[in-house]
Design a protein around this ligand. Structure first.
Ligand SMILES: NC(=O)c1ccc[n+]([C@@H]2O[C@H](COP(=O)([O-])OP(=O)(O)OC[C@H]3O[C@@H](n4cnc5c(N)ncnc54)[C@H](O)[C@@H]3O)[C@@H](O)[C@H]2O)c1
Length: 252
């Protein structure tokens, strides 16, 4: 029960990693605002939390809009009185169709708006609510901030930006006792990787990217996020934590 009397926001809370983390925060005592652009998915997370005896509310949020993210933070503070943990986790993957020469500029902006702008807005809005109380901001990066594949340039760019923003924000917000950290997952079995699920060959190649040859589970990322959000990680700041079964550490 590490989060009794704590209030958390999880963006992308209707999805794989976000849902697992929202559930874990609530299970350990936090009151949670589940934020997602997908209302049905976000409300389902709230239902699962309430069914298990936890406290949560849904707030439809589009992280590509600063107004929407500001309203999310305001609604959370109005309902629960404070904000202790902000998990900037909403994200999209590239469509994987084109290399840089053919890629429509719109595809680049689509990915960067959610993964990069969305995290910036989340950091900015959360820090404003935490400046008197302190808090923890956790951003979802990826191993793809560090290693690259073909036809995913916007995703790589946006996740590298998340790592850089984590460092820069941690430095500037330290004086308010706000820690800013990131997680860098390997391939996690969520709807985000659906584009490969039916392709056995591609799926097996992706599995072999990990030292023990399997995808990760959302709950395995959630446990690291909860650790980073807790006082157990009180001296962890400014860095991204790999949750990737060594994927970014070896050459296939
Ligand atoms: N699954 C993986 O292999 C993997 C690996 C590394 C990093 N990540 C990152 O983890 C995070 C969570 O992804 P996931 O794997 O749980 O995928 P997911 O698709 O299950 O969840 C992402 C959630 O974000 C929401 N979302 C998308 N655009 C949004 C917007 N504009 N505003 C608000 N919500 C929005 C979606 O509706 C969805 O519920 C993402 O940032 C992703 O890039 C995932």
């Amino acid at each position: 029960m590490r989060f009794v009397n704590k209030v958390a926001i999880v963006t992308g809370g209707g999805g794989g990693i976000g849902r697992a983390t929202a559930q874990l925060f609530a299970r350990e005592g936090a009151r949670v605002t589940v934020a997602d652009i997908d209302e049905a998915a976000g409300r389902e997370t709230v239902r699962l939390i309430e069914e298990a005896g936890g406290i949560a509310q849904f707030c439809r949020t589009d992280v590509t809009s600063f107004e929407s993210v500001t309203a999310l933070v305001r609604r959370t503070v109005d309902a629960y009185g404070r904000l202790d943990i902000m998990f900037n986790n909403a994200g999209v993957f590239g469509d994987g169709r084109d290399s840089v020469l053919e890629m429509p500029v719109e595809e680049y902006h689509r990915v960067v708006r959610v993964n990069q702008d969305g995290v910036f807005y989340g950091i900015k809005a959360a820090a404003a609510a935490m400046r008197e109380t302190g808090g923890v901001i956790i951003n979802t990066a990826s191993i793809y901030a560090y290693i690259v594949d073909r036809r995913q340039l916007p995703y790589h760019a946006s996740k590298a930006a998340v790592v850089a923003m984590t460092k820069a924000a941690a430095l500037e917000l330290a004086k308010y006792n706000i820690r800013v950290v990131a997680v860098a997952p390997g391939m996690i079995d969520t709807p985000l990787v659906d584009q490969w699920r039916e392709n056995e060959h591609a799926w097996n190649i992706l599995k072999r990217a990990h030292m023990r040859g399997e995808f990760g589970k959302p709950e395995q990322v959630a446990k690291v996020v909860a650790f980073l959000a807790s006082d157990d990680a009180s001296f962890v700041n400014g860095h991204a934590y790999f949750v990737d079964d060594g994927a970014a550490a070896f050459k296939r």
